[in-house]
Design a protein around this ligand. Structure first.
Ligand SMILES: [Zn+2]
Ligand SMILES: [Zn+2]
Length: 309
């Protein structure tokens, strides 16, 4: 595999929104499904058959539909990290991402062929495994967001039946259901909270205003010229960065990255700096996330279709 000699890491190393989620069947409340996706809104519609294509086979039975997306976890530093988390959540028995104490507490030790394939069929257990994953050293330092879209799930989480430790303070716990009440009628027809999921996708935490500014600027400017090297930007969607302080400046991503790096050339990635035009503060990771989102929109994402039951 060729090693890149470029000083600027690919912006795709910082993923756009990607989450792991827990589904619960509305009809069979002991049926669960754990998956991951860049777009929970679209994904839930696939699971419930509102969209023709996609959705795991395990969720296709009419006897289980509709599925409710009751909880999701986001904020992973890479897709690989999210997929590892998903895998451990699905297969917690003897997982290296769960502390031994917690493995014992949750009886997640494989002691024979039967227990190895034992299904986890209670909400308490799925959420306890989630908590054990959040506090494990491999995830402790990340800044994860645990979002509850279902009030009962949030209550089960707070009850903490297995007395596991609290998640670290720098993780955030979000009660989406209290922000976006679920219409009962709608829930019965389509599963949970499509509106809440749609909003979640749109919000993508605090980055939406940056996306709006860049989208508007790129749409208004057919042949942009880089404000630093004065050359044409050939592929604006894939390589342009825009000053999100809204001064209208537009650059090659490499030009502004080098500018922000400045004298500190021993660093590989810039962290923050001033816009050369308006002197407003620019945070590199915010700009890289925006670029990553634009590139991501041109890639057909494949969700994983593993099942834990
Ligand atoms: Zn340039
Ligand atoms: Zn500016």
């Amino acid at each position: 595999m060729p090693v890149s000699t470029s000083k600027i890491p690919s912006p795709s190393q910082i993923p756009p929104f990607y989450c792991c989620y827990l589904l619960q069947s509305d009809k069979k409340t002991k049926s669960f499904y754990i998956g991951s996706t860049p777009d929970p809104y679209r994904r839930l519609r696939q699971h419930n058959g509102d969209l023709k294509s996609g959705g795991a086979k395990k969720t296709h039975k009419d006897t289980s539909r509709p599925w409710n997306m009751i909880c999701l976890v986001s904020g992973f530093p890479s897709k690989v990290s999210a997929l590892q988390f998903e895998r451990a959540w699905q297969h917690p028995v003897n997982s290296k991402h769960i502390a031994r104490d917690h493995t014992n507490l949750l009886s997640l030790k494989a002691t024979g062929p039967r227990s190895k394939t034992a299904r986890i069929s209670s909400l308490d257990k799925h959420l306890a495994v989630l908590r054990a994953l959040c506090v494990h050293t491999s995830h402790y330092r990340l800044k994860l967001n645990v979002t509850f879209i279902d009030q009962t799930a949030a209550e089960v989480w707070h009850k903490n039946k297995f007395k596991l430790p609290s998640i670290p303070l720098h993780h955030s716990l979000i009660d989406a259901f209290s922000v976006e009440p679920v219409q009962e009628e709608y829930r019965q027809a389509h599963g949970t909270t499509l509106d809440a999921l749609k909003k979640l996708r749109a919000n993508d935490n605090q980055h939406q205003h940056i996306y709006d500014i860049t989208d508007e600027r790129l749409a208004a400017c057919a042949n942009p010229i880089c404000g630093i090297c004065a050359e044409k930007i050939n592929f604006p969607v894939q390589e342009a960065l825009v000053c999100y302080n809204n001064c209208g400046s537009i650059w090659h991503n490499k030009c502004i990255a080098n500018q922000l790096l400045g004298e500190r050339s021993s660093n590989i990635i810039p962290t923050r700096g001033q816009c050369p035009s308006c002197t407003g503060i620019l945070i590199w990771s915010d700009m890289a996330r925006d670029l990553s989102r634009r590139i991501g929109e041109h890639i057909i994402e494949s969700e994983s279709d593993h099942s834990d039951f």
